[in-house]
Design a protein around this ligand. Structure first.
Ligand SMILES: [Mn+2]
Length: 487
């Protein structure tokens, strides 16, 4: 889907046609200039002067799947009761851009006509009131429209809004159920469909095995060439790698046939399969599909959404699991990995295809997997949990480092990081908030984007930063619990 955003400018008839023509021309110019630098086009739609014009553009926006959100601005004054009918029906993300066409107040030129034309300071306040009065989820961005920082903030919000569009069209394919007895990977699929738009359904592992049996040797040859081009073949068990190719081809066919962007499976239900998909899942994730281990459909969908929110529609966001700590004083790190399935988008080096014994699960043969070190950089980890009656999104700031030791006998990809505000306080905060062991780790989606996304989806958002203390977090969680019971 090629997404765009609509620029809707508020005004009224009071000013006469000359002013309105100037407003329309400037708004079109601003949209065109901004589109050159924003990640998605900003399309000027209308200088709205009546209740009907606003209601009509909102209806059109709701109906058009390619419209990922509207951005409003009031060059002049726009009495905002005329926005009510449109706003109460708005189903798309909404950003109020409080800006001004001119940067400076011109000393000689300014008179009453100039002020009536350039009164965003006045108009945007009236416009902001009605959205506050209607309790609308929105993003308010203020600043001069030619400033790079302002443009970056609009672009960042656009990506979060695209995350909303992707969420509302999300389909997750589940092979098997959740790992037995695990709590945090459970959740209310009906609530999630109503709230976030996710369609989460199960397909039999037998269906996948039948699809795998129909994969041809020629198809496998083709995918093996891709593997060889992208990865170092560090195993002699080529038939094991070919088996992963067979799994990948079959899963991709089923996902694409059903329009699913994410999938989950479980090592406890591999009936009829020789290997837990490792390389297969990793290479699917590298193509933008979301994945969750042990039946974790929530992290699978979130991985696909963050990948779509990231750069170029397939940024560096990946399914991750906190595994082990390094607790040496002054050198405190979390080591993240998974049984097999770490997306190579974060690899700091060319991944190696290796085969190793995997005792957990139903593996008859040593599953092939990609092994590599994750790259350095600032990142976030994100976990969506079901609190019973509502969803909570937890986000923590982290800094990924080059793993401080080679760990030559660890047969999986690994990422090592420092958590904010420190490893131990960070762990205390994460556990206090109920964050899962599965996360989406992202190098290119920001905490502000996740906050915007949670706001647009109307779910709780918790952010653990360098300034968070356990006390402040406990207080926030207490108030949040009360607030969400009242909502
Ligand atoms: Mn896991």
């Amino acid at each position: 889907m090629k997404y765009s955003f609509w620029f809707v400018v508020g005004s009224q008839f009071l000013y006469g046609p000359e002013v309105l023509e100037t407003v329309a021309a400037r708004a079109a110019e601003m949209a065109e200039e901004l589109s050159k630098v924003l990640p998605y086009p900003l399309v000027y739609k209308v200088t709205a002067k009546t209740n009907k014009e606003i209601a009509d553009v909102v209806k059109e926006a709701n109906y058009d799947d390619s419209c990922a959100g509207i951005i409003t601005w009031c060059h002049t004054f726009s009495p905002s009761k005329m926005w009510i009918d449109g706003f109460v029906n708005l189903q798309k993300p909404y950003c109020h851009f409080a800006t001004q066409y001119n940067r400076e107040i011109p000393n000689e030129e300014i008179d009453m006509d100039f002020m009536n034309l350039n009164q965003a300071a006045h108009g945007d306040r009236e416009h902001g009131f009605i959205a506050a009065r209607l309790r609308m989820p929105r993003k308010v961005i203020a600043g001069y429209w030619q400033d790079e920082e302002v443009r970056e903030r609009i672009g960042s919000w656009m990506k979060a809004a695209v995350g909303v569009a992707v969420s509302r069209s999300m389909k997750v394919m589940r092979f098997g159920d959740n790992m037995r007895e695990v709590a945090v990977t459970e959740g209310d699929k009906v609530e999630v469909q109503a709230r976030l738009g996710w369609q989460v359904n199960t397909w039999a592992v037998g269906d996948l095995v039948r699809e795998m049996n129909a994969v041809t040797e020629a198809e496998i040859d083709g995918l093996m060439e891709t593997y060889q081009a992208n990865y170092d073949m560090a195993t002699d068990q080529i038939d094991h790698v070919r088996y992963q190719a067979r799994e990948e081809i079959a899963m991709k066919k089923m996902l694409d046939r059903e329009g699913c962007r994410a999938f989950s499976n479980t090592f406890q239900d591999l009936y009829g399969m020789e290997q837990l998909p490792g390389l297969a899942s990793q290479h699917l994730m590298a193509q933008g599909y979301g994945y969750g281990g042990e039946g974790d459909w929530k992290v699978a969908a979130m991985t696909a959404i963050l990948k779509a929110m990231g750069e170029n529609g397939n940024g560096c966001s990946l399914f991750m699991e906190d595994y082990t700590y390094h607790l040496v004083k002054g050198q405190e790190y979390s080591l993240g990995a998974h049984m097999l399935e770490v997306c190579p988008c974060c690899a700091a080096e060319k991944p190696r295809i290796e085969t190793h014994h995997l005792g957990i699960g139903m593996n008859e043969k040593d599953p092939a997997r990609l092994v590599f070190e994750g790259k350095e950089g600032d990142a976030i980890v994100v976990s969506l949990i079901d609190m019973g009656g509502r969803l909570r999104l937890i986000c923590q700031d982290i800094h990924c480092v080059k793993p401080i030791m080679p760990m030559p006998n660890l047969p999986v990809a690994r990422v090592m990081w420092q958590a904010e505000p420190s490893l131990t306080t960070g762990v205390e905060c994460w556990i206090t908030a109920g964050g899962a062991h599965h996360t989406v780790l992202s190098y290119d989606v920001t905490a502000e984007q996740m906050k915007d996304w949670a706001n647009m989806m109307d779910i709780e958002f918790i952010h653990i930063t360098r300034d968070t203390t356990v006390e402040s977090l406990e207080h926030d969680l207490f108030l949040s619990d009360l607030a969400w019971k009242l909502k």
